[in-house]
Design a protein around this ligand. Structure first.
Ligand SMILES: [Zn+2]
Length: 166
């Protein structure tokens, strides 16, 4: 789902909870779209930290869309995993912090929207929701003879070539 859509849906939900949550609804709203900052880490990690451009991060993710139905493709976004969400939940419960609770619900709201979006596009399982799941499925993909690195090579030659043509 696009960042703009997340800002709009998150803003609508924040408006609904504002009477009850007050200023925390703004924290909820910010969390509901800032969680996608992990897409930036995804980009810089996969280019080996050779490029930090924010614009090219969008090019990278747009180019990846073409491989949604490729059997070698599997996506993971760090903040969208149980390994991040579970500790965040435990920390929230342990501290009883209203601020962390607003962040937690913002993240949950966002991930739920993503799941609906992915499901509707027939690609619910294109994303791994756990780091363990990701490594297990990646190993299975490679064992079947698929080469995920070819997708990255194609994506990077596409977005870097675009740069030269521009
Ligand atoms: Zn997301």
């Amino acid at each position: 789902m696009s960042p703009t859509a997340h800002v709009v849906y998150g803003g609508a939900a924040a408006a609904v909870i504002y009477p009850a949550a007050g200023a925390y609804s703004l924290v909820f709203w910010a969390a509901s779209f800032l969680i996608d900052l992990d897409h930036y880490f995804d980009y810089v990690y996969h280019n080996g930290f050779t490029d930090l451009s924010f614009r090219k991060m969008f090019d990278y993710h747009n180019a990846l869309d073409a491989f949604w139905f490729n059997p070698a493709f599997l996506n993971i976004e760090m903040f969208h995993t149980v390994e991040v969400m579970l500790p965040l939940y435990l920390l929230t419960a342990w501290t009883g912090s209203a601020l962390l609770l607003a962040v937690f619900f913002g993240f949950v709201f966002h991930i739920a929207l993503d799941m609906v979006y992915l499901y509707r596009n027939g690609i619910f399982f294109m994303r791994a929701y756990s780091i363990t799941e990701y490594f297990m499925r990646m190993r299975a993909i490679k064992e079947k003879g698929y080469r995920p690195e070819e997708i990255l090579e194609a994506v990077f030659s596409d977005i870097n070539g675009r740069d030269k043509r521009a």
